[in-house]
Every structure is written in structure tokens, then in C-alpha cells.
Write a new protein. Structure first.
Length: 197
């Protein structure tokens, strides 16, 4: 079984990756198993941050690494929180604090103008100096609710309305969420890339 380091300490992401990879000949090992510290995300785009994270994990473990940088883009906020989604309310902000800030910033925005999307940029590095990382993108279109709904998922899932399902991302069963989500779409593309390597 091929081992790939997941350059993330986010338990929600680790769980989501392993659910998506059930039955594959791949084992995703979180970087925390190797005591790899999180690296500062100094990139100015999702793809730059993903490469920084994957390179750090590959350098410190000597194994291939996969990383993603993902976030929420809200049209009424000119694409914010974007690459700052995890730290929208501050450097060590909780999911709840980020949600509260988002809803406050959208307080006066009417329903029809609350369009948004989750973006996921996923990269795979065979080694730290890989000059041609595999890069895959997944996008999930929706809009922002006026208040949180649902107990599943993490991050902004409780306020992200999935129009075709008529519910928030946090109200979806994990299997359905994984088939629709930005991360699920990016990972499906990445699996077909990995199959060719």
C-alpha cells in the first residue's frame, strides 16, 4: 500500500480524506504522525499555500506528500474570506468565531446576493524538489445562509447552502457531502492523476 503524507493537522480534513479513499490502495498518514509542524501559509493564492504545505511535509518525512488549501469565496465580500478562511476572525480563530464574523459582514446582504463557493486546490509532490507537482482544483457553488444549520462537517459548512440539496453542507450525510464537495471533486481528479504515476 502506497503511503502519502497528508500535510494537514486538521482532523476534519484527515477524516474526510480517509472516507474518500476507502477501498483504495493508498494510505493517507497525517503529518502529525511524524511530528511535522504546520508551516506558515505565506502564499497569496490557494495553490501557493498548498505547495508550501506539501513541500514542508515531504522535506521532513522523506515521503510523497499531498496538501490542499481551500476556503470560501463570497461574492458580496469580493472573494473574502478566501485564503484567510481558517483565520478570518484572527490567527487562532475557532470555526464559531469565523462563522460569526462572516454572518456579521453579510448582515445587510439580501438572499439573492449571498452567492459563494468553496474552492479546493490540491497538490501532490513526489519529493520536496518536485518541479512538476500535480495540481487539481475542485469548486462547490452555493450561497450563504442567514444562520447556521446542521451538525455534520466543519468550518463554514453550517452556513453554506447547497442549492440542489436544499440544505446546508452540515446537514448532508458524509457520503453525499463527499460526492459534492470541493475537496471531494479535487480528490477524485487527484486519484486519477495518482493512478497514472
Amino acid at each position: 500500500m502506497k503511503q502519502i503524507i497528508l500535510a494537514s493537522s486538521n482532523r476534519g480534513k484527515v477524516r474526510e480524506f480517509n472516507e474518500l479513499l476507502t477501498g483504495r490502495d493508498l494510505e493517507i498518514i497525517p503529518q502529525s504522525h511524524f511530528n511535522v509542524p504546520d508551516i506558515e501559509e505565506t502564499g497569496l493564492s490557494f495553490v501557493e499555500n498548498a505547495i508550501l504545505k506539501a513541500r514542508n511535509a515531504a522535506e521532513l518525512t522523506g515521503k510523497p506528500a499531498i496538501a490542499d488549501d481551500s476556503g470560501l469565496e463570497v461574492d458580496a465580500l469580493s472573494g473574502a474570506p478566501g485564503i484567510y478562511s481558517a483565520r478570518y476572525a484572527g490567527p487562532d480563530a475557532s470555526d464559531e468565531a469565523n462563522l460569526t464574523k462572516l454572518l456579521e459582514n453579510l448582515l445587510e446582504v439580501p438572499e439573492q446576493d449571498r452567492t459563494a463557493r468553496f474552492q479546493c486546490l490540491m497538490v501532490y509532490l513526489r519529493h520536496p524538489g518536485d518541479p512538476t507537482p500535480a495540481i487539481c482544483q475542485g469548486t462547490w457553488e452555493g450561497s450563504i445562509l442567514f444562520e447556521p444549520r446542521g451538525e455534520n462537517g466543519f468550518g463554514y459548512d453550517p452556513v453554506f447552502l447547497v442549492p440542489e440539496q436544499g440544505c446546508s453542507a452540515a446537514e448532508l450525510p458524509p457520503g453525499i457531502k463527499n460526492s459534492l464537495s470541493h475537496r471531494g471533486k479535487a480528490l477524485q481528479k487527484m486519484l486519477s492523476v495518482l493512478a497514472k504515476l
